[in-house]
Design a protein around this ligand. Structure first.
Ligand code: GRF
Length: 192
């Protein structure tokens, strides 16, 4: 576990690729007194990520670098993270897979939120799979990131009931609402 040293908040980067609702939620959480982290950098692999707008809104530095050549991209990001003294990374809808080398450099300091009850439904299309399989519950998981996709140690999970009326979209909305509660709680757990 990562230990909180002193009273300073841990400088954190959030990696996104899309809407950034978890990013916005984490930024709001980070401003609370009881948050162990501050959000100091937003990274995206695409300039199309809607969540990048929170950079202006909350005055947080943003950085975009395509992962077309992931080695070059990762070297650039690692340099920036170093320069900005970033000590913790939250993946929030980040659609690229980080290399073993990158993860090693931030070993035990990268967490991810995944929209299923891991180890069930690693990878993409979790809600479609849950509906197709007529599951009774879905949910979300915050876990440490390791070189194996969606397989690191689980920090917290939250179940969400699937009703007969649920569609992929309604389920995704229900789960996302829970993600917004789960991610801050998991971060508090990591630093306690
Ligand atoms: C969330 O469902 C998250 O669990 C998954 O991607 C989605 C990102 O949503 N990894 P947002 O960009 O935070 O709104």
């Amino acid at each position: 576990m990562v230990k909180l040293t002193g009273l300073k908040k841990i400088k954190t980067a959030v990696f996104i690729s899309g809407n950034g609702s978890n990013l916005k939620n984490l930024i709001k959480f980070s401003k609370k007194k009881n948050s162990p982290i501050s959000i100091d950098l937003i990274f995206s692999n695409t300039s199309k990520a809607k969540g990048l707008r929170f950079s202006n809104q909350f005055n947080i530095r943003k950085y975009v670098s395509s992962f077309k050549n992931y080695k070059t991209a990762e070297v650039k990001i690692l340099n920036l993270l170093n320069k900005e003294s970033i000590k913790f990374i939250c993946l929030a809808g980040f659609m690229k897979i980080l290399s073993k080398n990158f993860i090693k450099k931030f070993s035990g300091k990268i967490v991810n939120i995944h929209p299923s009850l891991l180890p069930k439904y690693k990878g993409l299309d979790t809600h479609i799979k849950a509906i197709q399989n007529k599951d009774k519950v879905a949910g979300c998981t915050v876990h440490f990131v390791t070189a194996k996709l969606d397989s690191g140690k689980i920090i917290l999970q939250k179940e969400v009931k699937i009703s007969k009326k649920d569609t992929y979209t309604s389920l995704a909305k229900k789960v996302l609402r829970q993600e917004h509660k789960l991610y801050p709680a998991a971060i508090k757990k990591v630093f306690n």
